[in-house]
Design a protein around this ligand. Structure first.
Ligand SMILES: Nc1nc2c(ncn2[C@@H]2O[C@H](COP(=O)(O)OP(=O)(O)OP(=O)(O)O)[C@@H](O)[C@H]2O)c(=O)[nH]1
Length: 855
């Protein structure tokens, strides 16, 4: 009271706090007393306070009567069964503390304390609170705060339940809707029966009613539900029921076990903080709190102390959960469920002793016509003649050769584009690469591309210097040139293996194979053959006679005929299996390429493959994968773009910004490389994974897609195929003409300040078919619009062989002799460029407009 008087406004939460109760409890009581209340901030008028206090008083006076009876009963029992009695008293005591705890959010400590001191001090505790209770009831005073109120409230709260549980609770419940009462009551009976005995049945009536009560009152008190659950185990009986009913301590019906007319309190205090929890991934604050048996508010408080502001629905990452649990003294076992439908992302950890050496898988790359195919054929045919005579060579996308009783698997599709396309699809098939360089031609643009693709994949490289049979072969020149790309031969102090070969003359092949084995030995390629197979689809097609046929590289485990599997979004059962020599196999171990039949559909090259226990499961997983893929295709782009770069950096996902640079001349490429390498922002640095002179081609885009890189075009454009691939793969291409702009753009993106107010929108292309020189006017380009449209007021750039020659305004646009505002695809027109006359046939005029872009 005095508090109320001393303060102008008493809020619900303040009042609740002074009673060591929760706002919810007070709100429930206010509502029950038909006192209007909105939330914990509602002001409690004097009248409301008095009503609540009367309410408590009423309960207490009833409690006094009941506890008299209870004590009598306990005393009676004490003489007969001292041990049990003590336990009961402890539980009565604990019940109060329990409720207190739920109000004060201090469950763990007090819970433990109580439990520890439970038996010996139980009775005292109860008496003490009994005394307080009575005092409280007698004086009718509101708690005054400090420790006294706490005890009082402990008493009052504690007593409330006991009383009401027996009679008043039932009575007040009586006014509650019958239905829920019955429903809950029914459930209570069930629980009562479980705890057994005629006594239970005796308590059914009360149980029903108070069960209903609990339900209703429980609405506001989810938190207390937790408490009651513990009371439950100890079989709190009718008293508990009433308790929940009166105090608004919302327990579920099954929190209470009816014990009959003369209820006994027998509860054991349980520290509800679990010793250990199992975490299966990220959770919200609410979920974590539940798992830890804590109030969400308690968890939120703890999070604030740990420096994180969080709401109940906020997701917590694994680290935070671990930290939080640690702070509560709870051990955590992390069990991330294997998402079987995303099996390609799950790494299987095998015991070291289960691993055996497997053949290395090799890809051959190099410049056009340097002899990749000839080398592959030479290795295969030499080997077939040497060891596998009699077999009919089958083209199954890969083949195996044997040298010194050791196998090597070669992928049959040479070239870095195919390799990186696979990689872009997430397939890591190759262990090492052979870069073929013709000794008479030296390092060429695609040699460099191949090297960069191999490096981007982090693969060891062996250089095969081919065509050494040619008179103008100069292997040393090749070695010299390759030092520029950090491929330094061993004899020059480097660590790259160079082997001179002639694919045509079949010279040096054994050396090459031995070197491959050497690299394999150093890298220790291993797999566990004794488990279900996993691998990658190398090729697949629909065969008229055999249906869907897939060529697979088994990478781990052993594939057997009859195995059910998932390949990409398809599934099937291995009907027949042949190897590259055309032999039928019953099983295929790691690094073995095989062709299988038995698929329902045709998977894609690069699709992951995995065996499952049965076809039904395989089908379910394939279907789920198909759905997920559809969804992710609809979803947003996951590749990095300059626009979302900062977010990636902030999320800690990126340490390197992978960049591919294409420029018009070597000088500008080098200058750009130098400048970009110097940028470092917040620990993220630019990593140039490939750079060369020339238009941006498809291979660049595929490499960017596989390496999550952005492509910078300096005075160059993407060719059509590259543009289309970039669109479909969502690769970010940035085109510039000024080095400073590139640096600024990247730097700003890294700092999160990128503010693309304008974005270029290419509206069309025109091909120059004729050129007319007209005095006074200048050069008129007679054009055909090949895509989109050209507008008079658009800006234009002139492109010759993929290189930007000029950028400026369109001076005039004419259809025949008339000025035109715009000319659409398929029509001819005459274009003059403002300030540029050196237009040539076959040049391309690209028209674009600058548009504002919302960020
Ligand atoms: N003299 C000589 N010619 C070779 C050698 N290896 C390959 N060639 C020839 O070089 C040409 C190109 O060989 P390919 O094997 O088709 O070259 P590639 O690298 O596979 O070419 P693409 O598939 O077009 O990229 C063919 O005419 C081969 O006969 C060699 O060791 N010596």
């Amino acid at each position: 009271m005095s508090k109320q008087e001393s303060k102008d406004k008493l809020r619900v939460y303040e009042y609740a706090k002074s009673l060591n109760m929760s706002s919810k409890e007070i709100i429930t009581i206010l509502k029950r007393l038909d006192i209007p209340v909105n939330n914990h901030m509602s002001v409690m008028e004097n009248d409301a306070v008095s009503k609540v206090e009367n309410f408590f008083k009423e309960i207490k006076s009833n409690a006094a009567k009941q506890s008299g009876a209870g004590t009598a009963q306990i005393h009676a029992q004490k003489t007969e069964q001292p041990k049990i009695q003590q336990e009961k008293q402890v539980s009565m005591n604990n019940k109060k503390t329990n409720q207190n705890q739920s109000s004060t959010n201090s469950r763990p400590q007090s819970g433990q304390d109580n439990r520890r001191s439970g038996s010996p001090s139980g009775q005292g505790g109860q008496n003490r609170s009994g005394g307080q209770r009575q005092g409280n009831a007698g004086s009718g005073n509101r708690p005054q705060g400090g420790s006294a109120p706490r005890q009082q409230s402990g008493g009052s709260v504690g007593s409330r339940p006991q009383n009401s549980g027996q009679r008043d609770g039932g009575a007040s419940v009586g006014s509650r809707p019958q239905n829920s009462g019955q429903r809950d009551g029914g459930a209570t009976v069930k629980t009562a029966e479980r705890s057994g005995g005629g006594q239970n049945r005796g308590g059914q009536g009360g149980g029903n009613r108070s069960g209903g009560n609990n339900r209703n009152n429980g609405g506001g008190g989810g938190r207390q539900g937790g408490n009651n659950r513990f009371e439950d185990r100890t079989g709190g009986g009718g008293q508990n029921r009433g308790n929940a009913g009166r105090g608004g301590k919302g327990g579920k019906f099954n929190n209470n076990r009816g014990r009959g007319g003369q209820q006994e309190q027998r509860r054991e205090k349980i520290d509800n903080t679990p010793k250990k929890i199992i975490v299966r991934g990220e959770m919200t604050v609410g979920e974590t709190a539940k798992l830890l048996h804590k109030d969400a508010s308690e968890v939120i408080k703890k999070l604030i102390m740990l420096g994180t502001m969080a709401t109940i629905n906020q997701e917590l990452d694994m680290d935070t959960i671990l930290l939080l649990a640690g702070d509560f003294g709870v051990e955590v076992e992390v069990k991330i469920p294997v998402e079987e439908d995303r099996f390609e992302t799950t790494e299987e950890n095998d015991e070291p002793e289960s691993l055996t050496t497997r053949p290395p898988v090799v890809t051959i790359m190099g410049h056009v016509d340097h002899g990749k195919t000839t080398l592959l054929d030479a290795i295969r045919s030499t080997n077939v003649i040497g060891g596998e005579a009699g077999g009919i060579t089958q083209h199954i996308g890969a083949y195996q050769v044997e040298i010194n009783s050791k196998k090597i698997t070669f992928l049959d599709t040479p070239g870095h584009e195919a390799f990186t396309a696979m990689r872009a699809r997430g397939a890591q098939v190759t262990d090492m690469t052979i870069i073929v360089v013709a000794a008479d031609d030296g390092v060429m643009p695609q040699t460099v591309e191949a090297i960069n693709h191999a490096k981007a994949a982090g693969l060891p490289i062996i250089v095969a210097v081919n065509k050494i049979d040619k008179p103008d072969a100069n292997p040393d020149k090749v070695k010299q040139e390759l030092t520029e790309y950090e491929l330094v031969p061993e004899e020059w102090g480097g660590d790259t293996i160079f082997v001179n070969v002639s694919a045509k003359q079949k010279m040096g092949l054994e050396d090459l194979l031995e070197m491959i084995l050497l690299v394999a030995e150093v890298n220790e390629y291993k797999a566990n053959p004794d488990k279900r197979a996993r691998g990658t689809i190398i090729e697949a097609e629909l065969d008229k006679g055999r249906g869907s046929v897939a060529r697979i590289l088994v990478q781990n485990g052993t594939l057997k005929v009859g195995d059910a599997f998932v390949a990409g979004n398809c599934f099937g059962r291995v009907r027949a299996m042949v190897n590259d020599k055309g032999r039928r196999l019953k099983e295929a171990g790691p690094s073995t390429p095989v062709e299988i039949t038995g698929l329902t559909e045709v998977p894609l090259a690069g699709d992951p493959f995995m065996v499952f226990e049965d076809e039904r499961k395989a089908r379910a997983i394939a279907e789920k994968r198909a759905t997920t893929q559809r969804q992710s295709e609809l979803g947003s782009n996951t590749r990095v773009t300059l626009d979302d770069l900062f977010q990636h950096i902030k999320d800690g996902e990126m340490k390197d910004l992978n960049v591919i640079i294409k420029g018009d001349v070597q000088g500008s490429v080098e200058a750009l490389k130098g400048s970009l390498n110097k940028i470092e922002v917040e620990g993220v640095r630019v990593k140039i994974i490939h750079s060369s002179v020339g238009a941006i081609n498809e291979s660049d885009i595929i490499l960017a897609a596989a390496s999550n890189a952005i492509v910078i075009g300096f005075n160059v454009r993407p060719d059509n195929q590259a543009k289309a691939t970039a669109d479909s793969e969502k690769v970010d291409i940035r085109l510039h003409r000024v080095i400073y702009n590139v640096i600024e753009e990247i730097e700003q993106a890294m700092k999160g300040m990128l503010d693309p107010i304008y974005k270029e929108n290419i509206i069309g292309h025109a091909e120059v078919r004729n050129v007319f020189k007209v005095s006074k006017v200048g050069t008129i380009a007679g054009c055909m619009i090949t895509s989109g449209k050209i507008s008079r007021n658009a800006e234009a750039r002139l492109i010759r062989d993929g290189i930007v020659i000029f950028e400026g305004k369109i001076d005039s646009l004419k259809r025949f002799k008339d000025d035109a505002k715009e000319v659409a695809q398929g029509y001819e027109c005459g274009i003059t460029l403002d300030g540029y006359n050196d237009v040539k046939e076959n040049d391309v005029i690209e028209a674009f407009v600058m548009e504002t872009v919302e960020r």
